[in-house]
Design a protein around this ligand. Sequence first.
Ligand SMILES: Cc1cc2nc3c(=O)[nH]c(=O)nc-3n(C[C@H](O)[C@H](O)[C@H](O)COP(=O)(O)OP(=O)(O)OC[C@H]3O[C@@H](n4cnc5c(N)ncnc54)[C@H](O)[C@@H]3O)c2cc1C
Length: 404
Amino acid sequence: MYLRAHRGGAFSLRLLDDAVPAAELHLDLRHAVRDLCKAFPDSYWRELDAARAYPDAFVKALTGAGYLAALIPEEYGGSGLGVAEASVILEEINRSGGNAGACHAQMYTMGTLLRHGSDAQKQAFLPKIASGALRLQAFGVTEPTTGSDTTQLKTTATRKGDRYIVRGQKVWISRAEHSDLLLLIARTTPVEAVKKRTDGLSILLIDLRGAVGRGLTIRPIRTMMNHATTELFFDDLEVPADTLIGEEGKGFRYLLDGLNAERILIAAECIGDGRWFIERATRYAKERIVFNRPIGQNQGVQFPIARAHVNVESADLMRFKAAELFDRGEACGSEANMAKLVAADASWEAANVAVQTHGGFGFAEDYDIERKFRETRLYQVAPISTNLILAYVAEHVLGLPRSY
Ligand SMILES: Cc1cc2nc3c(=O)[nH]c(=O)nc-3n(C[C@H](O)[C@H](O)[C@H](O)COP(=O)(O)OP(=O)(O)OC[C@H]3O[C@@H](n4cnc5c(N)ncnc54)[C@H](O)[C@@H]3O)c2cc1C
């Protein structure tokens, strides 16, 4: 059983025993998240989009209700749920017309700290992350000159006594302006001094509060959708040596550990988007009368919607396959990657179908189709581009030669 306990108007999730059937738990979660999202209708997201503003009220409500602490074990104040449940929460946000991208990283970035941090670090940070008192939703990997080639990243963290001196630049670091902490990957041993290029990278948990102006500059990047993303400039930022997570030089392995959860969760957001687009397209196709009949009576209109539905539902199966493997602690790299690929493709197909079905109104801001279309397009590129997933599948699943 699990309990949704009311706490000062908000409710928190607590697992009481593991025997609750997953389907029941998921259904209950879906209803609860949908209820919360009702207070944040299309107009809420539309206005934020126009102003390129952060959804503070939504994130506050979600945090207060305990959803962003779903993956944090109960001993640290979270709900101790699995990635399957977390994925249902994020899916429902996107399915309601919202955008979980504003805060999804608060759910999973802490995984690196949970799996590789010291007891002292976990005690210091996890309860505050669970309550929302601390936000850890910025993750600094991508760099302007090396992009997808992560092992070549140029940002360095050089040990000097009891400090690291961080120097370099990151790009596309989302939510840094809305996060207290940043999980940063940087090179601690020069690439020439390591045997494998994956060695010598380390993860630091950096307190952003007070860092700006003391060696860190954050510059927002305006994008085609409302996504609080930034460039970070590290100019000899000094951080305490105990910000290191796990062992020095093992950061790349820790990074990989966290990617599967992220890919499954983002696949779920794409599925949420896909279902939203199909719902809107179907509704409009039934209502819109042209040539004296609903446009949805034409197979030329209904088939693309039906095909998009088939593809979203198929992607959903791969999402749950990957999530179940992850939650059982089994290897799920290929499934997580495949789930992300098929879900992102399905949501993008559904987005195109929704625009086409709406004709001219697909382009009108008031219908929200164009906003969601812009939002879901991101997942062909981030957090990993489609080509890099195909390269992974070709090499690691099919045994084809490494292409890069
Ligand atoms: C809005 C937004 C938010 C983001 N948030 C974050 C964040 O919070 N933290 C973070 O670290 N990063 C973030 N990213 C970065 C994102 O992960 C990268 O954009 C993505 O991994 C691709 O890297 P890149 O942009 O450098 O493209 P590149 O690596 O330059 O690739 C450009 C194109 O070339 C293709 N390509 C490159 N190499 C190959 C190859 N060997 N074979 C075939 N095709 C190839 C790619 O598929 C891509 O289509 C974000 C990006 C965006 C746009």
